[in-house]
Design a protein around this ligand. Structure first.
Ligand SMILES: [Fe+2]
Length: 385
């Protein structure tokens, strides 16, 4: 996140002796991507973060795709997935390519380990539930509608304060950032951006743990899960500063854009990754020309696969979807409003829709798990026109 943040105690100058009350040195650690040139933070640990007691391979985390590679519009009902398990270990892959993956999880228990994704950044959309994301950099309380953005390499653990929990997870090979066109040359979100730095929540309440023991950390790397046992509690940071940390943004803090006539989906863009974007469709008044057609026109999304997660059962251009539905409109065939939706939208005053869209610039694979919750007739659902 290109916004400086500092919690706890840090030395006046970086890379200088920073002493504990007993005279010993705190252990400095740089955490950032792209080695020493990407966004980074400097952490000061009570103990060396390198105290590893054991390492073992737990399992492979490879995904399998639809063997028939069906080409059609698709609809998946995530609420038909079995619920339960861990928010980090029991995510069900739905759609994926080499740039990005969409997964879904409905956890019913807290993890008794720490987790680090060493192969991707994560955007966790909290569709239901609330709790706290605990990290060595402080805590991020979260609630329904939050996007939690967790850069790769940031160790974390979830604590829940309500149930049920339903989370949509976007795992990104590249760095997840705010769209470049929303930022000025100095990195600040411009006045024209649909959200501002004030809407972005940063870690708070840094608690320093000084505990010896056996602390289990599960690391995802190269689609394999490894267990590392640490000799000291990993949340032993006395202070840190920098630009690399988890952050939260609530979808209801996205200020939707409305025009006299229809504005295209890029006005809803919320995040940018490598070869994909994420957009938020939020409640808003409709376009204000009396003859405006508020629902989108048919479109052929050439060089893009469009995925929508419906965070409410209301969506202006669709029928037959429900809360928790996921639709995939692949490149190669047009899509548009369902029968009757265009006429019905003319003169309407607004929409209560809430949805998260993932647009990828390379084709997506459908996972085998997604096949089990597919509405196989969806591609014919426009026929009644
Ligand atoms: Fe579309």
């Amino acid at each position: 996140m290109p916004m400086y943040h500092c919690l706890g105690s840090v030395p006046h100058k970086r890379h200088t002796a920073f002493r504990k009350p007993d005279g010993g040195l705190y252990a400095e650690e740089l955490v950032g991507n792209k080695g020493f040139v990407g966004p980074s933070s400097l952490l000061y640990h009570v103990h060396q973060p390198t105290h590893v007691k054991s390492v073992r391979l737990v399992r492979d985390m490879n995904w399998n795709s639809d063997p028939e590679r069906k080409f059609r519009h698709r609809h998946f009902r995530t609420h038909q997935l079995a619920s339960g398990g861990s928010i980090t270990m029991d995510r069900v892959p739905l759609l994926y390519n080499n740039d990005v993956a969409m997964l879904f999880v409905q956890p019913d228990r807290e993890d008794d380990f720490f987790y680090r994704n060493a192969q991707g950044d994560e955007i966790v959309f909290v569709s239901d539930g609330e709790g706290t994301l605990e990290t060595p950099l402080g805590a991020l309380p979260f609630t329904r509608g939050d996007y939690l953005v967790i850069p790769r390499g940031i160790m974390h653990r979830y604590r829940f304060t309500s149930s049920p929990l339903r989370c949509l997870v976007v795992e990104s090979t590249g760095y997840v950032r705010t769209p470049k066109r929303y930022r000025n040359e100095h990195g600040q979100l411009m006045e024209s951006s649909p959200y501002s730095e004030r809407d972005i929540r940063k870690p708070e309440n840094l608690v320093t743990k000084d505990e010896r023991g056996e602390f289990k950390l599960l690391v995802k790397k190269e689609s394999r899960l490894h267990e590392i046992v640490l000799a000291w509690h990993p949340f032993d940071v006395i202070g840190w500063d920098g630009y690399y940390y988890p952050w939260a943004f609530n979808i209801r803090d996205f200020e939707p854009r409305v025009g006299r006539v229809h504005l295209p989906p890029p006005v809803h863009q919320t995040f940018e990754g490598d070869n994909f974007v994420v957009c938020s469709f939020c409640p808003r008044p409709y376009d204000f020309d009396p003859q405006a057609v508020p629902v989108p026109y048919n479109h052929s999304n050439v060089m893009s696969d469009e995925v929508i997660y419906y965070a409410s059962s209301d969506f202006m251009s669709r029928k037959g979807i429900e809360y928790g539905s996921v639709t995939l409109h692949p490149d190669g065939v047009p899509h548009g409003p369902h029968p009757g939706r265009t006429e019905a939208s003319i003169g309407a005053k607004g929409t209560d829709e809430l949805a998260v869209m993932l647009d990828t610039f390379h084709p997506l694979h459908v996972s085998r798990q997604a096949l089990e919750i597919e509405d196989g007739e969806y591609y014919r659902s426009w026929l009644a026109d």
